[in-house]
Design a protein around this ligand. Structure first.
Ligand SMILES: NC(=O)c1ccc[n+]([C@@H]2O[C@H](COP(=O)([O-])OP(=O)(O)OC[C@H]3O[C@@H](n4cnc5c(N)ncnc54)[C@H](OP(=O)(O)O)[C@@H]3O)[C@@H](O)[C@H]2O)c1
Length: 305
């Protein structure tokens, strides 16, 4: 099978398209014929510096495709099922390929109303949004500020926070304001024009998809008793204590229960992935360059023939 491999960590030009043996599913796994993939910032970070050891490394966690073979003990799927999921994260995913063997527990059936491209887009980023809002315990009627609302995670977080009945304020560049509003955001702030903390009243919660200074400055906009959830780095517990708020940093985990929730929301027309660009597997380096720009909207997807 064709796979996009790397033999050294580094810039996007480390990718090589080469032939690798077909993987075989271990007990509890299925073999997926990959139809589409999506790329995340974490793919680019790990392409740059690991942490995997033995080369060739095959990156890739976000996948959709069809079940080609079943490992022992798998009863959840049948051959031919269309499936999607975030496989093996945070271990080496090996999904940048025509076939991937993956735990059945990391996959779910593709929602009937979605194609393979959209399904591949609704994996790591959507799981992060769903799990992050759950960690936040966001309640109906609360106001949440979502940083990077136009991005991969942010565009799902806006929709899912609205589904929880929250009032949503998103940060984005002006060119993305209509897009963020179309997701249901009640207010959109241009964080480039003026510091966001000068543009919002106090909020009950912050969903931080940016980190660094944005994260630190976010403590100033939280009501006492509020909650900051960040997906970038570890938030300062000292700052949180001094402000009387809760700060949570977390890492997404595979969950077919959460995938089932997301799939049901899509079939109910309450949630939609946004794919801004579709490339082919051969164009992986271009996909990584685009994601590394930090300016992409929604998700970038690759077709796999
Ligand atoms: N911990 C976890 O489990 C986890 C899971 C997923 C992702 N992450 C991390 O979370 C971060 C976001 O991931 P992602 O997939 O959403 O990224 P992404 O899709 O690459 O985000 C791109 C978006 O970020 C916006 N942006 C950039 N700088 C901004 C700023 N200072 N303020 C507001 N918006 C800004 C851009 O919007 P504009 O062009 O409108 O400015 C762009 O639309 C990455 O660092 C990623 O590695 C962590």
């Amino acid at each position: 099978m064709k796979a996009m491999t790397i033999h050294a960590y580094g810039d996007p030009d480390v990718f090589r398209l080469e032939d690798l043996p077909l993987p075989s599913p271990a007990p509890g796994e299925v073999l997926v014929r990959v139809r589409a993939l999506s790329v995340n910032p974490v793919d680019t970070k790990w392409r740059r510096k690991g942490p995997f050891g033995a080369f060739p490394v095959v990156l890739g966690w976000d996948v959709s495709g069809t079940v080609e073979a079943l490992g022992d003990g798998v009863s959840a799927f049948e051959i031919g099922d269309a499936v999607f999921g975030m496989v093996r994260f945070p271990s080496e995913g090996r999904a940048y390929a025509q076939y991937v063997a993956a735990p059945a527990s990391h996959l779910h059936r593709v929602p009937t109303s979605l194609g393979f491209r959209d399904a591949a887009a609704m994996t790591l980023a959507a799981l992060t949004a769903q799990q992050g809002l759950t960690a936040m315990r966001l309640q109906a009627g609360q106001t949440v500020l979502i940083h990077a609302a136009a991005g991969g995670v942010g565009h799902f977080a806006v929709q899912l926070a609205k589904l929880r009945g929250a009032r949503v304020i998103g940060t984005a560049s002006t060119r993305n304001h209509d897009f963020v509003r179309s997701l249901g955001a009640d207010e959109v702030i241009d964080y480039r024009a003026r510091p966001f903390e000068e543009q919002v009243e106090r909020v009950d919660a912050v969903f931080d998809c940016v980190g660094g200074e944005t994260q630190t400055r976010s403590f100033a906009v939280l009501e006492p008793g509020g909650t900051l959830v960040t997906i970038v780095g570890k938030p300062s517990q000292e700052l949180a204590a001094s402000r009387g708020v809760t700060a949570i940093g977390f890492l997404v985990h595979p969950s077919n229960e959460d995938l089932a929730f997301l799939a049901a929301r899509v079939d109910a027309a309450e949630l939609r992935p946004h794919v801004s660009e579709v490339l082919s597997l051969e164009k992986m380096a271009d996909a990584h360059r685009a994601v590394e720009s930090g300016r992409t909207v929604g998700k970038i997807v690759l077709d796999v023939e």
